[in-house]
Design a protein around this ligand. Structure first.
Ligand SMILES: Nc1ncnc2c1ncn2[C@@H]1O[C@H](COP(=O)(O)OP(=O)(O)O)[C@@H](O)[C@H]1O
Ligand SMILES: [Mg+2]
Length: 125
């Protein structure tokens, strides 16, 4: 998965339970917002249900940021880092969109913007 992210715009990881899909997705999110200057990268995390964003993905993010000694801090579904002026900037956040509501995903722009879709099998194409 991590190797594929380097060369491909979109990757999918259909696999069994508990093999590390969510675990690795989180690491790619945190990597992206730490290798680009603050304010140039925004990672969006989503899943079929908000419960999955909050209780499956984000516990990993909240753990890996302090454990790796990375800049910034996390709250429930938001990772903030200080910019050059000391102002906190949201670099990663999580939400879920209502089924078939394409507009809910619109309007988010950033030069580097990875989108992580966990439990994607439950999301309408
Ligand atoms: N590379 C890894 N190193 C350490 N623990 C891992 C690793 N990959 C997965 N785990 C642990 O295994 C468990 C299942 O991983 P998870 O990412 O939730 O699986 P999946 O999303 O594929 O169902 C989690 O508790 C996770 O922290
Ligand atoms: Mg998972």
């Amino acid at each position: 998965m991590l190797d594929a992210i380097v060369d491909h715009k979109r990757i999918a990881a259909p696999a069994g339970f508990g093999v590390g899909k969510t675990h690795l997705a989180v690491r790619s999110a945190v990597w992206c917002t730490n290798v680009h200057p603050v304010g140039t990268a925004l990672c969006i995390t989503t899943a079929t249900r908000f419960r999955q964003v909050q209780r499956q993905l984000w516990p990993h993010i909240r753990k890996v940021v302090p454990r790796a000694g990375l800049s910034g801090y996390c709250d429930t579904v938001q990772y903030k880092m200080p910019d050059a002026y000391g102002q906190d900037v949201v670099v990663t956040y999580g939400f879920s969109a209502p089924t078939n509501d394409e507009v809910a995903m619109q309007g988010i722009h950033m030069p580097h913007m990875p989108l992580i879709v966990d439990e994607a099998g439950g999301i309408n194409p």
